[in-house]
Design a protein around this ligand. Structure first.
Ligand SMILES: Cc1cc2nc3c(=O)[nH]c(=O)nc-3n(C[C@H](O)[C@H](O)[C@H](O)COP(=O)(O)OP(=O)(O)OC[C@H]3O[C@@H](n4cnc5c(N)ncnc54)[C@H](O)[C@@H]3O)c2cc1C
Length: 342
């Protein structure tokens, strides 16, 4: 456990922007994590735990505190019966390795979450989701160090306040819980139709009738590789904007003006409109912004990429430009997914 001073935060965000952290430490066990928190508290420093930074943009000012990088490993089957297998996973495990391992065991429940970058411990934070699955559906509990009362606690799924790309870890309890492991209940039964629309049409186009976890994982990987940039090669944070949830009257107004508008039902009789559709229509399809060096990914405008941005200020300027134009054209406020820290 080595404390790094003046750590370059660009290396801890897949957007590859940001200043320096006063201190940074990688922890490989619960004890190391607790030790790091205690040391930060003793020195009166703020602290934050991160995984791989695939959902973080660091500000140019940097972080005047301790960044704790979670590398806690583990993949333990804790129990099983005829229908389910319970697995406890260390928060620092690479998420896609977890999906791969569970799929190789023939288990279903997270196969649609294939190829999402990041660590297992970050999945509850924004309730990661894709192609009709989200972590809230399979997670039964998690263990975290509660920095408010200085002890390890177990939270059940019902305690996590999960919503669409949301949880207490992003809102009411932001910064309080440092997740050390998660426990999933995976199923021994294959997924069955109906599938999420784009997955369903892929399966139909490729005449795939095998719905085993491995077959679904392969389909999801193929779809994602055609649509999304690999953060190891192209600096990005995945979808930068969440899909807005609006009243039906807002959709009706848009349909009057533009004809057919893609949408799908959401809670409380509201509808979700794809942010990518709004961004495209606002003139940002396959767009390179010379002023900031930021761009939208040609096959998915929701993904903002750092082509030649010099600072996080450039990125923030670009985000404001897109948000302002969408607001002006459609009177819809877009909200961003990645956190801009601190
Ligand atoms: C190309 C691409 C595609 C993506 N696709 C999707 C997608 O389909 N669906 C989706 O939901 N997301 C997607 N994402 C976003 C991202 O991959 C997820 O949010 C992922 O869970 C972040 O993991 P991370 O380890 O990188 O977390 P980080 O970015 O390091 O951290 C994100 C947040 O979680 C907190 N955090 C991290 N670890 C812990 C912990 N152990 N305890 C407490 N808090 C913690 C951090 O403080 C921070 O607030 C995508 C990103 C990219 C770059």
């Amino acid at each position: 456990m080595e404390m790094i001073k003046n750590a370059d935060l660009k290396l801890y965000s897949t957007m590859r922007l940001g200043g320096k952290a006063a201190f940074l430490i990688e922890v490989g066990s619960r004890d190391e994590l607790i030790g790091a928190v205690k040391s930060a508290k003793e020195h009166g420093l703020p602290f934050i735990v991160i995984g791989t930074g695939s959902n973080i943009v660091w500000r140019d000012e940097g972080y005047n505190g301790l960044v704790i990088v979670n590398r806690i490993k583990g993949f333990d089957i804790i129990s099983e019966d005829d229908v389910s297998t319970y697995i406890t996973i260390g928060a620092g495990e690479e998420w896609d390795h977890v999906v791969q391992r569970s799929v190789e065991m023939g288990l279903s429940g997270i196969e649609c979450l294939s190829l999402i970058p990041g660590t297992a411990g970050a999945t509850p934070v924004q309730n990661v989701g894709a192609y009709g699955q989200e972590i809230a559906q399979t997670m039964v509990s998690l263990t975290a160090y509660d920095a408010q009362v200085d002890k390890l606690v177990t939270l059940a799924t019902a305690d996590c306040g999960f919503g669409y790309r949301n949880s207490i870890f992003k809102t009411t309890a932001a910064g309080r819980y440092l997740i050390t492991d998660i426990t999933l209940m995976l199923s021994k039964t294959n997924l069955m139709p109906p599938f999420y629309a784009s997955l369903a049409s892929y399966l139909e186009q490729h005449n795939i009738k095998d719905y085993s976890p491995a077959s679904i994982r392969n389909a999801v990987i193929d779809i994602r590789q055609h649509k999304l940039p690999d953060p190891k090669l192209v600096a990005n944070n995945g979808s930068f904007m969440a899909n807005p949830v609006v009243d039906r009257s807002v959709l009706a107004n848009l349909e009057d003006k533009y004809g057919s508008v893609p949408s799908w039902p959401s809670d409380n009789d509201k509808v979700k409109i794809p942010a990518a559709w709004l961004i495209d229509r606002a003139g940002f399809h396959d767009y390179y912004d010379e002023q900031t060096g930021m761009a939208t990914w040609p096959t998915q405008s929701l993904v903002f990429i750092n082509k030649s941005a010099k600072s996080s200020a450039d990125l923030i300027k670009f985000v404001d430009k897109v948000k302002t134009k969408v607001k002006q054209d459609f009177n819809i406020e877009l909200s961003q997914e990645p956190l801009i820290l601190p």
